[in-house]
Design a protein around this ligand. Structure first.
Ligand SMILES: [Fe+2]
Length: 386
């Protein structure tokens, strides 16, 4: 895996000519072992084990409609995993968010793309059952790399571009007004494409097999966020920015005075505030680049794991364990892996036992299959070795 990721994934010609401009196929992804990145079992293990539920931020969507999260929760602390899987079998797309926080392998990929583009890579997985789709034609507010792992998806790319949508906006685009797509193709396992911010697109799983792909969003700071962070830094120094702005109701200033005051607010930003704003972004970017490639789980071992497999070595990988009300936190050195609080006994066993067979993990709700998924989850996250 280390050697796979040692090569540059985005060619210089792409970064010079196409970045933020043109749709393009990214051939270099074909050198990666696509099957090892994510599976339906990995999605299921996130819903079974990751905590707290409020941080998992999963999303299900069925033909343009979002499934309400409340209906997928079993109280505030756990997902109704069986119900999620039933929805999936019924045609709904399962989208676990931020999967780079749940897999060292995906984290290493995100880290590589962060280093190569300067934008912060965040990864969502899309699992779409056969003959279904999640969203209608839309545009995304950031540059995106789509990496197909299993199954196939039919993509349509139009030449229409939404004008620089902001984070949080994914404008739907009326399919009738779009006309014929500029491109239409099937994305096969191992293939990857780049879709620049704002470009209209849609994808559906047309075939008799589910489709799994990773969407890697590449998030760059906008002038808007640079300005916001610089003003926030300025407000740390300058009490004036922390005053209420009397711009509404009975106490409102007249328009001219408000405009003049706004000018004073904006003009109070100093060079040091810009430095502080850029420093915050750089800190975030560096934390993303700091993936620990040497702790990548052996992909083959994860795929062939069974109840008789011997695993271990958690003692040297997990530096400590904290128990909170809502979650259990394993300190992996470079990051914390948060788990459901109900996994305490099982996690303690794993941590304290030098080597053991997967079937001997105690007190896991959900029986033998759960043991297998739990071991797989810990392996994926580098908390356990083979
Ligand atoms: Fe999209």
């Amino acid at each position: 895996m280390q050697s796979q990721l040692a090569t540059q994934l985005l060619p210089d010609s792409f970064l010079e000519k196409d970045w933020e401009r043109n749709f393009r196929f990214l051939e270099s992804f074909s050198t990666l072992d696509h099957k090892s990145y994510f599976s339906l079992e990995d999605a299921e293990s996130i819903f079974r084990f990751a905590g707290p539920v409020s941080e998992v931020r999963c999303l299900m969507a069925f033909r343009g409609k979002i499934v309400k999260l409340d209906s997928l929760l079993d109280g505030p602390r756990a997902f109704r995993v069986e119900k999620i899987m039933r929805h999936f079998k019924g045609g709904a797309t399962l989208r676990p968010t931020n999967v780079h926080e749940r897999s060292e392998r995906i984290r290493a990929l995100a880290s590589r793309l962060t280093a190569e583009t300067g934008s912060i890579a965040r990864v969502n997985a899309y699992l779409t059952p056969s003959r279904s789709y999640a969203f209608k034609p839309h545009a995304d507010p950031y540059n995106v790399v789509v990496y197909q792992l299993r199954g196939r998806k039919r993509w349509k790319i139009w030449s229409r571009r939404a004008d620089r949508p902001l984070e949080g906006e994914h404008p739907e685009i009326d399919a009738d007004s779009l006309g014929e797509p500029e491109r239409e193709f099937d994305l096969e396992p191992g293939q990857a494409i780049y879709i620049p911010r704002g470009l209209a697109h849609a994808a559906s799983a047309l075939y008799n097999e589910p489709s799994i792909h990773l969407t890697i969003g590449l998030h760059a700071p906008l002038w808007l966020s640079v300005a916001h962070d610089a003003l926030a830094a300025c407000a740390d120094r300058d009490g004036f920015l922390r005053e209420f702005a009397p711009v509404a109701g009975q106490v409102a200033m007249d328009r001219d005075t408000a405009f003049e005051t706004l000018g004073r607010v904006l003009g109070s930003v100093q060079l040091e505030d810009l430095d502080e704003s850029l420093r915050r972004h750089e800190e975030l970017r560096q934390s993303m680049i700091a993936a620990k490639e040497d702790s990548l789980a052996d992909a083959e071992a994860v795929q062939s794991l069974n109840l008789d497999s011997e695993v271990g070595d958690a003692r040297s990988r997990i530096h400590g364990m904290d128990f909170e009300d809502d979650y259990l936190s394993l300190n992996l050195g470079h990051r914390n892996l948060k788990l459901q609080p109900s996994l305490r006994k099982a996690a303690e066993f794993v941590w304290k036992t030098e080597r053991f067979e997967v079937s001997s993990i105690p007190e896991l709700p959900g029986g033998e299959r759960s043991k297998l998924l739990f071991a797989r989850y810990l392996l994926n996250n580098g908390a356990l070795g083979v």
